[in-house]
Design a protein. Structure first.
Length: 298
């Protein structure tokens, strides 16, 4: 009988073999990456981090190993005695706490009464952060105090931060002042709007004192996130993510368009970190973190 089957050219056959070999090599590389704790996932233009507290039930070494596998570059919001754990895992510490003090968010530079405490903390933490090669430490504006309106609070923040800015510059570490929402999560917090934060930044006018722009918090208070970031990127030293409402996953279950936000930030040639600070709802929290990493790989 005549052979009417379609003939496969040598080039086609070789191409198929090469494709199969490439796929096998990719699977082998992925398996090796998983075994060694490295990642072959594309990281995009942004350096991504993850905050410690949403994974508090996970031992820190495990969190670091899983973050490294996903492709993250750093861990956020670690205390000084935890920094080496992340660094030993091959991760940076993108944002450190200057102390383990209680009521950290509530006690800020808006009240002059707090300055001695806060300056002493930072005077100790900044040299430690520099030696450990941390780029940032976090500080707060603080809760409202009777008799201290916004203008007086801004002046107090400027006065206190101006005193510590030279030491931050000397050590090459940036103090990041976090903007929080006062509507849902932090009633009474005074630094709850971009205008307040910008007034302080302009008053201090130091490249080593910047804003921690928490996208979740500012969406609740103001919205207009991308325009705000574009107009004020020079005053922003760090970003946090979170889905609105609820501070959960940053996917289509919430109202913010994180791929567009990440692209807008990357297009500005931003060189700092964007850190994921949402509470996962999935049984496997690292599936949510992997998803967030991909959404922000602009």
């Amino acid at each position: 009988m005549p052979d009417n089957s379609p003939r496969v050219s040598r080039r086609t056959a070789l191409g198929a073999l090469a494709g199969a070999a490439g796929a096998l090599a990719t699977r082998q590389a992925a398996a090796m990456s998983a075994a060694t704790g490295s990642s072959t996932a594309p990281t995009g233009r942004l350096k991504q981090s993850v905050c410690r507290w949403p994974y508090a039930r996970t031992p820190l070494p495990t969190l670091c190993r899983r973050a490294k596998q996903i492709g993250l570059a750093a861990i956020d919001l670690l205390y000084a005695d935890e920094w080496a754990v992340a660094q030993d895992a091959g991760l940076a510490v993108a944002m450190g706490y200057p102390s383990r003090r209680e009521k950290f968010n509530e006690t800020g530079f808006n009240d002059p009464v707090n300055h001695a405490l806060l300056l002493k903390e930072l005077e100790t933490a900044l040299p430690l952060a520099a030696r450990a090669q941390l780029p940032n430490v976090i500080a707060m504006f603080g809760n409202r105090v009777a008799g201290i309106g916004d203008d007086a609070a801004i002046a107090s923040c400027v006065a206190g931060l101006t005193k510590i800015a030279p030491l931050a510059a000397e050590h090459g570490v940036t103090i990041c002042m976090e903007l929080l929402n006062s509507k849902v999560d932090h009633p009474g917090y005074q630094g709850d709007r971009m205008a307040f934060g910008l007034a302080v930044m302009r008053g201090v006018n130091s490249p080593h004192v910047k804003l921690l722009y928490d996208i979740y918090h500012m969406q609740i208070m103001e919205g207009d996130v991308i325009r705000t970031i574009r107009d004020n990127i020079d005053w922003i030293g760090h970003f946090h993510t979170g889905g609105v409402p609820g501070r959960h996953e940053i996917n289509a279950s919430q109202e913010l368009n994180y791929p567009a936000i990440a692209k807008a930030i990357a297009d500005l040639n931003y060189q700092g970190y964007i850190a994921h600070e949402f509470a996962p709802t999935r049984a496997d929290p690292f599936a949510s973190l992997t998803e967030a990493f991909r959404l922000c790989s602009a």
